[in-house]
Write a protein that binds this ligand. Structure first.
Ligand SMILES: Cc1cc2nc3c(=O)[nH]c(=O)nc-3n(C[C@H](O)[C@H](O)[C@H](O)COP(=O)(O)OP(=O)(O)OC[C@H]3O[C@@H](n4cnc5c(N)ncnc54)[C@H](O)[C@@H]3O)c2cc1C
Length: 403
């Protein structure tokens, strides 16, 4: 039996290795790029946050939240780490549950997967972009840019649209649609947000802890606390990634309120600033020692306080205005940085058209899908790769008949 797999990314390689555990199966892995795991190599800022020990269905999103349950239960993070250990990867787990290769290099993850693929019953063809797929009487016929192949079963593991420069494309959605499958609306998730507030550019590169509340048409939409980073176009950093899902989608006004001292009460902060009135310093240094110096000056100015004034001359009203800005700066959000920059695609091929116990299509027997192409996306922190491993291994084992 020949199992064809389209896409040599995280889920496709996991599926190939799982299917090849059955020695009677021949696996054909088709990858359009020159190498497998191109996106994987760029994950986690080059460190690859390959899993999270807290991965559970509640960390995922999609129209049918229960779809991911089975794959994540049968192939949980702990088993993924055992599987990687067998492949030769030594990992470390941070207190947060995030798992990284001990080498701190995403390359290591790609390398051990590549070594694993060097099995007698796996045929890897790179530079092979699949442009058409057809159901035949006995299986499937796959047309690539460099040739065509027949297989008995077919797994689509083409990934999503996010991270376009790293290989994200519409390809998997198109191929699955050609079999009659449907796709939900695709949106960027885990993505940076654009803002027209001029302070962003002035604060470019500044990182700070922050409570971020996002409001849509005046109603609280999402919130989280963590590291925020200012960029010339707007806001980035883990806290923004965490709450960016579906922000700036649809019409209406999107605003975020930033609290730069979420653990300090307004009264305590006001007292801290009143103390500064006793010091021989100017308003340039009103927030020095409390916040990043550049951030302190931009916030003081945003509160309407002029620079280079003696702090002793600050009125109580001005001081309270600074408190209000430090703990509730309002920043207008204009857009996301889009699919090019997003780490994951929200939305995808409708999961109710697949069997969650096997990942097999309910419309076309012998056809499987796994990974990001399906309407499942995870939170920030290793959850998306965990979904790729879990769903990929489930699809591979099911197609290979070795569950
Ligand atoms: C910058 C960035 C950082 C990220 N960091 C993390 C992280 O640290 N932790 C985490 O959990 N997740 C992270 N993610 C998300 C994670 O990488 C993806 O969710 C995951 O790789 C999805 O796996 P996949 O197998 O579905 O798709 P992919 O890994 O994208 O693999 C799909 C493969 O299919 C190939 N392909 C597509 N179409 C065709 C075709 N027609 N013919 C042949 N081949 C085709 C592609 O070239 C690609 O190699 C990150 C994403 C990005 C963009």
């Amino acid at each position: 039996m020949v199992i064809g797999i389209i896409g040599g990314g995280a889920s496709g390689m996991a599926a190939a290795l799982a299917a090849a555990e059955n020695p009677n199966v021949e696996v054909l892995l088709l990858e359009r790029q020159a190498r497998v795991g191109r996106k994987l190599q760029a994950t986690g800022n080059g460190r690859c946050n390959l899993s999270n020990l807290h991965a559970a269905p509640g960390c995922y999103h999609g129209d049918d939240l229960s779809f991911a349950d089975y794959a994540l239960t049968v192939y949980p993070a702990v088993k993924t780490l055992e599987w990687f250990a067998k492949l030769g990867l030594y990992t470390v787990t941070e207190d947060s549950g995030r798992v990284y290769p001990y080498s701190d290099q995403a390359n290591s993850v790609v390398d051990v997967l590549r070594f694993g693929l060097q099995k007698d019953n796996i045929r890897l063809v790179t530079g092979a972009e699949v442009t058409r797929v057809k159901k035949t009487d006995n299986g499937f016929f796959v047309t690539c840019t460099e040739g065509s192949y027949a297989c008995d079963k077919l797994i689509i593991a083409c990934g999503g649209l996010a991270g376009t420069k790293l290989g994200g494309s519409m390809s998997g959605y198109k191929l699955l649609r050609s079999f009659g499958h449907n796709c939900t609306k695709l949106r960027p998730a885990l993505v940076q947000l654009k803002s027209d507030w001029s302070g962003c550019a002035a604060l470019k590169g500044v990182r700070t802890n922050c409570l971020v509340n996002i409001f849509h048409n005046g109603e609280l939409y999402s919130h989280s606390t963590g590291e925020l980073q200012f960029t010339d176009y707007g806001l980035s950093g883990p806290v923004i990634f965490e709450i960016s899902r579906d922000v700036c989608q649809g019409s209406g006004e999107w605003v975020c309120k930033l609290d730069f001292l979420p653990d300090v009460s307004g009264d305590v902060l006001a007292d801290m600033l009143r103390n500064r009135k006793e010091m021989p310093i100017t308003t340039d240094d009103l927030l020095t020692g409390i916040l990043h110096n550049r951030l302190g000056r931009v916030l003081t100015t945003a509160a309407g306080v002029r620079m280079q004034q003696p702090c002793s001359e600050l009125t109580e009203d001005a001081l309270m205005q600074v408190v209000a800005v430090v703990q509730g700066l309002e920043v207008n959000l204009t857009d996301t940085m889009g699919m090019d920059c997003a780490q994951v695609t929200a939305g995808g091929i409708c999961t109710d058209e697949f069997d969650p116990m096997t990942m097999e299509s309910r419309l076309v027997p012998g056809l499987y899908a796994c990974g990001e192409v399906l309407d499942i996306d995870g939170d920030c922190g290793g959850y998306n790769l965990q979904w790729a491993w879990s769903s990929g291994r489930l699809a591979g084992h099911s197609a290979g008949g070795n569950t």
